[in-house]
Ligand binder design. Structure first.
Ligand SMILES: [Zn+2]
Length: 243
């Protein structure tokens, strides 16, 4: 679903994808990277784990910002928030191993996966929050979903679920820009996709019972609750037959 009906040239000429100037919080150099103008794109659907799809270009592919000078990479929502000690570590470690990479203006899954790999590397150096790495895992899973690689998608979804669950007990909201309800729904949804139905139901049933929740999210949670009931009943039936 990542396919676009416009060519790279059209996306640039029609200004769906534009260059943005940024200042690197690690090496302080100015660099340019591509972003999607969200005002121009149309949401055309979503999966249960809140992976939204857009036309004619998918902003997921532009979520990682990478400094072309020093190689510092992070999800744009975390890019600028560095503590002094994290910055110092990144300066030291990146200067040892980064060789400059030139990306084209329009990104495909190949470029985005390379940028995410570099973002994981930087997250380790800066000892990032668990949620930051979990979010990278989730986005990696979404890219492998686009590529049709089910095995890798599941592997990264499982890591995302574990990371988000650990972060839930340690971090303050908003986490990865999500409020408490959205975040808990997401953990339930990822566990559902991983086949962890009992675990998923613990998160989802609680969300359905919440009062102050956004109606659209509540509807999603209710739909998922119905699916979960069925899956759990099927699993119980199968177990009974096996005994
Ligand atoms: Zn830099």
């Amino acid at each position: 679903m990542s396919e676009t009906n416009k060519t790279a040239e059209e996306l640039i000429n029609e200004r769906y994808v534009v260059e943005k100037e940024a200042t690197c919080p690690v090496c302080e150099s100015h660099f340019k990277h591509s972003i999607v103008r969200k005002i121009k794109i149309k949401n055309v659907g979503s999966d249960i784990d809140l992976r939204h799809y857009y036309e004619p270009v998918d902003p997921l592919y532009y979520d990682i910002t990478t400094c072309s000078q020093c190689g510092y990479a992070a999800d744009a929502i975390f890019f600028d928030t560095l503590k002094r000690a994290q910055r110092d570590k990144l300066v030291t470690e990146l200067s040892k191993q980064y060789t400059s990479v030139k990306y084209p203006a329009v990104y495909t899954a190949k470029e985005t996966l390379a940028m995410i790999k570099q973002a994981f590397f930087c997250a380790d150096i800066k000892e990032s929050l668990k949620s930051e790495k979990a979010y990278l895992c989730l986005k990696t899973a979404w890219l492998f979903r686009d590529l049709g690689d089910k095995e890798k998608e599941m592997k990264f979804l499982e890591s995302a679920a574990l990371g988000f669950e650990a972060a839930y007990t340690e971090e303050e909201f908003p986490i990865c820009t999500m409020d408490n309800y959205t975040y808990r729904y997401l953990i339930g949804a990822i566990n559902y996709l991983c086949g962890e139905y009992e675990k998923s139901s613990r998160w989802i049933y609680e969300i359905v019972a919440e009062q102050n929740i956004n109606p659209r999210l509540k509807k999603r949670a209710e739909d998922l609750k119905n699916d979960l009931r069925q899956k759990i009943a099927e699993a119980a039936e199968k177990k009974k037959k096996e005994q």
